[in-house]
Each structure stands twice: as structure tokens, then as C-alpha cells.
Design a protein around this ligand. Structure first.
Ligand SMILES: NC(=O)c1ccc[n+]([C@@H]2O[C@H](COP(=O)([O-])OP(=O)(O)OC[C@H]3O[C@@H](n4cnc5c(N)ncnc54)[C@H](O)[C@@H]3O)[C@@H](O)[C@H]2O)c1
Length: 248
């Protein structure tokens, strides 16, 4: 049986764990060739992709460093034989009240969540242009609809990501490259638990239309829809996948 992404070549950033690892496995399970980019070791993701029947092309880079990003994206494209899909998933989300946020923390959040988005997308574009069509999916957050406390810098960065998505969609539409965002709700990944954002999980689940905790797998069908060749008329959107908490 051939998967629906047979022949596709996908790069996922922030792929060492959490949502990024699930995305790599899901894309590979559909037959795509997958590269994962991260600062951290990608061995666990390599194993997960192998279990899904694929082979991960692993590239290490800091998404805030222009030269590292250029090299990593080019070597991912070389490893995959080109590139048609980019999932911008690398991100940081410290929980810190606004007045306790120092300038260095603000800059770091903007650097990873926005500079990284800019650098990876810009480095990938020449490769996407050589593909029959292109798909860019940006992993924002349902915080853009909600504006929760303790996440002013993060919400500003993810809202910037949604604006980036809309404006870039306008530029790339004529070239057959779509640009969309997904806005996940609260998912108890290791990082989310460690940063303390899930301390509110019961309240969030109680406010969702679907009253159970969200899992990384809940994003997969939306990701596969957005990267599908048939979704060429869906662009500039931010698809909310939060169990109906924000009801956006
Ligand atoms: N978990 C949630 O509740 C949730 C909800 C909404 C949105 N998100 C977003 O989803 C994405 C993934 O979150 P997650 O919960 O899986 O967290 P995670 O920490 O498991 O994943 C983020 C990955 O990004 C990598 N990364 C961080 N800084 C980097 C840098 N400078 N260069 C390269 N890689 C870097 C990390 O090493 C990590 O592997 C993030 O963008 C996050 O903002 C998460």
C-alpha cells in the first residue's frame, strides 16, 4: 500500500521530541521522506520514524543562527532529494508574568519563535520553488485567540507567526506554495509539563467542548490536510485544534 505522501520531501523543525517527533512519524507513515531539524539530539525521533517505516534525515542547528539554518536546510534538502514541505514547529514557551520578563527573555522568545520562522522559511523557499508545489505549516498556538496570563511575550510571538502566515500566503499564492498555521491547545508534552503550563490542564479540559486532554496525535489529521496536494486552495489560514476551548 502506498501512502498519500509518497514522493514528498518534508522538513520539520523542533523535531527532537514533543509535537515535532509526532509530526515526523506521521509524515513518514504516509510515505514522505522526512528531515528533522533541532538543537537537540534527534536519535529518539530517528527511532520513531524508523518504527513508522521511514528513515529520518537529521540536521542539528539553532534556528536563530542564520548560517546554521542555511547549512541545515540545504543539507536536509540534499538528503531528501529536494524539499516541498516545511513544518515550522521549533519554539519556546516559558511561563513568566509580564513584569518579570526581562529584555533578554523577551528577545530569546522572539528569536526562536519569530527569527527562526523567518530564517528557516527563507532558507527553504528556493528549494520549495523547485518542487511541483509547496506547503508551509507554522505551528502557532491557541494562545493567539485567548491571551492567557504569564504568556505575553509568547502570545505576541505566536500572533506574529499568524501575521507572517497571512502575509507570506499572499506573496507565495501565485507560485503554488500555500502557507498556513495550526493553533494547538494545551498538550502535556515533556516541555509543557516542565515549564508548568499544564498546571491548568484540568481547568482547560473542563472548558473544552471535547472534554479530554489534547494529545500530539490530535494535530496529525490537520497537518496531513494542510500539506495535502489537494489543499492548494487553503492558504493564509490559522486552523484551531484545541478541542473547542477557544471556539475560534
Ligand atoms: N505543548 C503545547 O501545549 C503547545 C501548545 C500550542 C503550541 N505549541 C507549540 O508547539 C511547538 C512544539 O512544542 P512542544 O510542546 O512539542 O515542545 P518541545 O520543547 O518538545 O519542542 C520544541 C522543540 O524545539 C526545539 N528548539 C527550541 N529552540 C530551538 C532552537 N533555537 N533551534 C532549534 N530547535 C529549537 C527544542 O529542542 C524542542 O525539540 C512549539 O512551537 C510550541 O510553541 C505547544
Amino acid at each position: 500500500m502506498t501512502g498519500r505522501l509518497e514522493g514528498r520531501r518534508c522538513l520539520v523543525t523542533g523535531a527532537a521530541g514533543g509535537l515535532g517527533r509526532t509530526f515526523c512519524s506521521a509524515l513518514a507513515a504516509e510515505g514522505a521522506r522526512v528531515a528533522g531539524l533541532d538543537l537537540a539530539d534527534l536519535g529518539g525521533t530517528g527511532d520513531a520514524v524508523a518504527a513508522a517505516g521511514g528513515r529520518l534525515t537529521a540536521v542539528r542547528a539553532d534556528v536563530t543562527d542564520p548560517e546554521q539554518v542555511q547549512d541545515a536546510v540545504d543539507s536536509a534538502a540534499a538528503g531528501l532529494g529536494g524539499l516541498d514541505t516545511v513544518v515550522n514547529n521549533a519554539g519556546v514557551y516559558p511561563l513568566v508574568p509580564f513584569e518579570a520578563t526581562d529584555f533578554a527573555q523577551w528577545r530569546r522568545i522572539m528569536a526562536v519563535n519569530l527569527d527562526g520562522l523567518f530564517l528557516v522559511t527563507r532558507a527553504a523557499l528556493p528549494h520549495l520553488r523547485r518542487a511541483p508545489f509547496g506547503r508551509i505549516v507554522n505551528v502557532a498556538s491557541a494562545v493567539v485567540w485567548l491571551g492567557p496570563p504569564g504568556m505575553v511575550a509568547y502570545t505576541a510571538s505566536k500572533s506574529g507567526m499568524v501575521g507572517f502566515t497571512r502575509a507570506l500566503a499572499s506573496e507565495l499564492g501565485p507560485e503554488g506554495i500555500t502557507v498556513n498555521a495550526m493553533t494547538p491547545g494545551m498538550i502535556a508534552t515533556e516541555t509543557a509539563v516542565a515549564t508548568g503550563v499544564t498546571r491548568d490542564l484540568d481547568r482547560v479540559v473542563g472548558g473544552q467542548a471535547v472534554p479530554r486532554a489534547e494529545r500530539p496525535e490530535d494535530l496529525v489529521s490537520t497537518l496531513l490536510f494542510l500539506v495535502d496536494e489537494g489543499s492548494s486552495f487553503v492558504t493564509g489560514s490559522a486552523v484551531n485544534v484545541d478541542g473547542g476551548f477557544a471556539k475560534h
